[in-house]
Design a protein around this ligand. Structure first.
Ligand code: ADP
Length: 268
């Protein structure tokens, strides 16, 4: 999955990444992708059990995307099969008055996953350099300083045992139009339609510039960003599952030794 990892110290040009491509699973069709996804789900479930048993590390999975980018669907499809008791999903909306009375990382830090658990951030502290920048909610010198804070904050979490994976779901503007239209047409989805989604759509290029800079400034060897082509939902699900599996496999987690001598125990 290294093809989608954004290397530290390089600029990111999103126009060079085709949101519709599927090279990592080039031979696969949507119809047969479900078998692969099923095997990834089993592997992810095993790894979550091991993460919990090992008890020394946690996984923070940060998800960012434009509206309709597929954050909710990704969480549903990738984590189906993982024990819900081991996973915390946290969403970050418009900050409350109380949250705004604190620094922008205050509400985020309290939600970071404890040892043994997977924490999913559905939106995150990156909103504080994305929507905040595009809507001009704080002065430029203030949001610009945040890249450094975020690198340091994530470094601290890593040093204390968290492994961090950050994913941008990369969709095309045309695909967003299709998804917004289908929201309007389907009663099961139309309740999700928010006219403010059209405001962010009208600022697409500004958002892309904000994403490019935020990702370039905060991708590091230990807290990498992945830009995942996401026009095809099945492809996105496979790529993200594989990224998470490879990340957890890289931790060399082990089941702890039993605390007691089990050899003498007889169960009548
Ligand atoms: P979603 O759109 O992810 O389903 P919501 O409907 O709760 O979730 O929307 C969250 C909204 O909150 C988004 O428009 C997002 O840009 C906004 N938001 C999140 N964090 C911030 C922030 N720090 N400052 C301003 N707006 C934010």
């Amino acid at each position: 999955m290294d093809a989608y990892r954004v290397a530290e110290g390089t600029g990111l040009d999103l126009r060079t990444i085709d949101p519709g491509e599927k090279t990592a699973f080039a031979d696969l069709k949507k119809s047969s992708s479900l078998n692969v996804l099923a095997s990834y789900r089993r592997r992810l479930a095993d790894l979550q059990r091991l993460l919990w048993a090992d008890g020394s590390r946690s996984l923070l999975f940060v998800l960012q995307a434009m509206d309709t980018g597929g954050k909710d669907g990704t969480i549903r499809k990738v984590f189906t099969g993982v024990n819900p008791q081991g996973v915390d999903v946290r969403g970050f909306g418009v900050p409350s008055e109380r949250e705004l009375d604190h620094d922008y990382l205050w509400r985020v830090h309290t939600q970071a996953p404890p040892r043994g658990r997977i924490g999913i951030f559905n939106r995150s502290h990156y909103e504080d350099v994305l929507v905040v920048r595009v809507l001009d909610l704080v002065p430029e010198e203030q949001w610009r300083r945040r890249y450094g804070h975020i690198r340091d904050f994530e470094r601290m979490l890593i040093d204390e045992g968290t492994v961090i994976v950050k994913v941008m779901l990369h969709i095309s503007k045309e695909e967003q139009a299709r998804r917004l239209r289908s929201r309007l047409d389907d009663p099961a989805k139309s309740y999700k339609f928010n006219p403010s989604d059209l405001d962010s759509r009208s600022r697409w290029d500004e958002y892309m510039a904000a994403y490019e800079e935020a990702i370039s400034e905060t991708t590091t060897v230990d807290a990498p960003w992945f830009v995942v082509p996401s026009d095809r939902k099945w492809y996105r699900n496979l790529v993200i599952s594989k990224i998470l599996i490879e990340t957890l496999e890289g931790l060399d987690l082990t089941y702890p030794e039993p605390e007691h001598d089990l050899s003498a125990i007889v169960i009548e």
